[in-house]
Design a protein around this ligand. Structure first.
Ligand SMILES: NC(=O)c1ccc[n+]([C@@H]2O[C@H](COP(=O)([O-])OP(=O)(O)OC[C@H]3O[C@@H](n4cnc5c(N)ncnc54)[C@H](OP(=O)(O)O)[C@@H]3O)[C@@H](O)[C@H]2O)c1
Length: 341
């Protein structure tokens, strides 16, 4: 193998509030030769996820924090360019934990990277980072397993135009629910209604969520899929029905807080309505991802299910591109492209 030069973003410091450029270091190093059982993956796409902000904190969570000087953890899709493993051949496209770097090198059986093949003939590669990947699995199992929707029920989802939100709303529509999104801005609201088929969308940046819920959920809220936490969660809690289900998927409004996370003040609504609030961690469903891909893939093939990706170019843009998530600047699943397919 000709010696390739790898480039990586490593965590340099634990951010306080919004991450800054100085929280990262950009490093260059030569790739070593591989030994038997190993592969080199050239990263093509990196998935940028709100969870990355949590992984930068030194706090107990469902996964250990990224260590200082470690390559930033990220899911990615790449092409196997060197292989000494029977599991993957040169030219295979794989999805797994590439990290924020140009090349991944290691054992083809590495459990943490967890590479598996993806087929660009079945779906464009970016779709495997959206509905057919981690955000889609989160939406599908969070809604169906935790939320248990029934036809005719009203489902509200925040972060509606984002990666998880797009899929939640469309799966809920497929299951016969009335779906109301909450998103920031007219363009995002128009998109989820006109292109994804939601029944309505509340623009929380220009209007009142409380008034929007009154108008668009005249029969109350049976399921709230919460991607944002904070004030919006509190407001939705005032409109829930008897036996409502609140799915705690994320709380992006709180991730860069320098003060403690704001909990829901209106939680007694759960008591009054005999409702439940339950968290979801997507990795609990790995064994069942295939079922979700099969069902959503079929809806896509039938033209009944659409997704939007927001692809930004260049590894060197990583620190700024990641921030788009927290500024609401991404429109669809945020992906960083760092090499050609
Ligand atoms: N539990 C799990 O296993 C799991 C797995 C994946 C993702 N998640 C969570 O799911 C949520 C959505 O993730 P995603 O990947 O689909 O991201 P995304 O929705 O594609 O992007 C983030 C969006 O959040 C919205 N946002 C940012 N700051 C906000 C604020 N202060 N208040 C309200 N909305 C705000 C913005 O949309 P607007 O322009 O509409 O404000 C932004 O575009 C996140 O909370 C994430 O942590 C959880």
């Amino acid at each position: 193998m000709t010696i390739l030069s790898n480039q990586q973003y490593r965590l340099a410091a634990r951010p306080i509030g919004m991450p800054k450029h100085s929280d990262w270091s950009f490093t260059t190093e030569a790739l070593r030769e591989i030994v038997d059982g190993e592969i080199v993956v050239q990263t093509i796409y990196i998935s940028l996820d709100p969870a990355m902000r949590g992984w930068m904190n030194d706090a107990k969570s469902y996964i250990r924090p990224v260590a200082i000087n470690e390559v930033m953890r990220a899911g990615g899709i790449g092409k196997v360019i060197v292989s000494k493993s029977a599991k993957f051949a040169v030219g295979d496209y794989v999805s797994g934990g590439t990290g924020v770097q140009k090349y991944w090198i290691g054992s083809a059986d590495d459990k943490i990277a967890g590479f598996y093949k993806v087929d660009p003939k079945l779906a464009p590669l970016p779709k495997y980072m959206n509905a057919l990947g981690m955000p889609g699995m989160t939406a599908y199992f969070g809604l169906l397993d935790v939320g248990q929707p029934k036809a005719g029920e009203t489902v509200v989802v925040s972060g509606a135009a984002g990666a998880v939100g797009q899929t939640v709303g469309q799966v809920a529509k497929q299951k016969g629910c009335r779906v109301v999104g909450i998103a920031g801005g007219k363009d995002k609201c128009d998109f989820v209604v006109n292109e994804l088929g939601f029944d309505a969308c509340i623009d929380y940046k220009t209007g009142s969520v409380k008034d929007g819920l009154k108008e668009h959920c005249p029969n109350g809220v049976d399921i709230y899929f919460d991607n944002v936490g904070g004030e919006i969660l509190d407001t939705v809690l005032t409109r829930i029905n008897m036996k409502a289900r609140i799915i705690i998927c994320g709380a992006i409004s709180q991730y860069n807080n320098t003060t403690p996370v704001k909990g829901p003040a209106n939680y007694l609504s759960l008591l009054v309505n005999r409702a439940r609030m339950e968290g979801i961690v997507v990795f609990d469903y790995i064994a069942r991802y295939g079922d979700a891909v099969k069902e959503m893939g079929a809806w896509m093939a039938q033209g009944k299910f659409h997704t939007r990706e927001d692809i930004v170019q260049g590894l060197e843009t990583f620190p700024d591109t990641l921030m788009m998530l927290f500024e609401g600047k991404n429109f669809g699943k945020l992906i960083l492209q760092i090499s050609d397919e």
